[in-house]
Design a protein around this ligand. Structure first.
Ligand code: NAX
Length: 329
């Protein structure tokens, strides 16, 4: 049987953690033949709640759960981790400006990036879920880089929830099964500025854009619906998306580790300069994955409407980077 994979999860006592951990332990993320050891990080005041989640994990008697630890020390949580899911973050409190949110999170992700850079497995795959996730991933990447162990390309941000939300909207509008839809892209930042680009989407060989044949729907309904979906969930549920976010994290890591079989998926990855996006910015790109590596789809035509959207979401990321520049030294 396979050696267990160490999976670090931060924010383990939170709502996303509660949906995520059970699915990792049941084998939905790394495969039904892959044992896992969970290394759970949360704040000191949340340790009791983490213990409670661990009790429930025990009570599932998952055959693939080979061990678990709880800690409030990032250096312990990330030790030898081969997968790291950075879910915990400082939420925006009442009266907190966007700038304060960035700064508070920059502190967290500097510490965690340093821990990953020093103690994680050198091939550790890192997914940042905690918001602002693209910039938090950028901070962790930049900090880890100083130790020269875990490569920058292994730091990613979660655009998969936006991708899945867009797929669902397209399926409903086109009347096609969600499983038949291929080649969707969500460009940019995980924020309402993201650009869900359905121009290349096909369903059983048909162009979905032609099936829908309604440019105004794209601009006036589709893009705002996907962009504001997070807020709509909060409005309806009184809490932010959790199970769907956990599901997207599972999808992201599963495809990265086990391969996307030639299908496009969206990942927030450090730009290599593709499509004119400045190198290093963590930006949503269409990728395929194989043998644990992702590759950005090249050569897509970018029309004027798309370029405008892509630049707009890029500008937001450049501003965020500017806002944390002093903290990166
Ligand atoms: P919760 O507030 O339920 O849980 C967060 C947990 O993180 C808490 O247990 C808290 O104690 C812990 N935490 C805070 N700071 C920490 C630190 N420095 N180290 C370790 N643990 C720490 O939030 P939840 O609903 O689980 O959401 C978690 C994060 O995901 C938030 O930042 C949220 O904005 C973000 N989201 C990202 C999404 C995406 O698509 N990228 C979508 C869903 C979600 O909004």
């Amino acid at each position: 049987s396979k050696a267990p994979v160490r999976v670090a999860v931060t924010g383990a006592a939170g709502q996303i953690g509660y949906s995520l951990l059970f699915r990792i332990a049941s084998g939905e993320m790394l495969g039904k033949d892959q044992p896992v050891i969970l290394q759970l990080l949360d704040l000191p005041q949340a340790q009791k709640a983490v213990k409670g989640v661990m009790m429930e994990l025990e009570d599932c008697a998952f055959p693939l759960l080979a061990g678990m630890i709880a800690t409030d020390d990032p250096n312990v949580a990330f030790k030898d981790a081969q997968v790291a899911l950075l879910v915990g973050a400082r939420p925006r409190g009442p009266g907190m400006e966007r700038k304060d949110l960035l700064t508070e999170n920059a502190k967290i992700f500097t510490v965690q990036g340093a821990a990953i850079g020093q103690y994680a497995a050198p091939d550790c795959k890192v997914l940042v879920v905690g918001n602002p996730c693209n910039t938090n991933a950028y901070i962790a990447m930049k900090t880890a880089e100083k130790y020269g162990r875990v490569p920058a390309k292994n730091f990613t941000g979660m655009l998969r929830l936006d991708h899945n939300r867009a797929l669902s909207q397209l399926a409903a509008k086109s009347g096609r099964a969600v499983s038949s839809l291929k080649s969707l892209v969500v460009w940019g930042n995980h924020s309402p500025t993201m650009y869900a680009d359905y121009r290349f989407v096909t369903s059983n060989g048909d162009a979905v854009k032609s099936l829908i044949n309604d440019e105004a729907w794209n601009r006036d309904v589709f893009l705002p619906t996907v962009g504001k979906r997070g807020a709509a969930i909060i409005e309806a549920r009184g809490l932010s998306s959790a199970a769907s976010a956990a599901n997207a994290a599972i999808d992201h890591i599963r495809d990265w580790v086990l391969g996307s079989n030639g299908e496009w998926v969206t990942m927030g990855v450090p730009s290599d300069g593709s499509y004119g996006i400045p190198e290093g910015i963590i930006y949503g790109f269409p990728v395929t994955t194989e043998n644990g590596e992702y590759k950005i789809i090249q050569g897509l035509d970018i029309d004027a409407f798309s370029r405008e959207r892509m630049t707009n979401t890029l500008n937001e990321l450049l501003e965020e980077r500017e806002g944390v520049k002093d903290l990166l030294g």
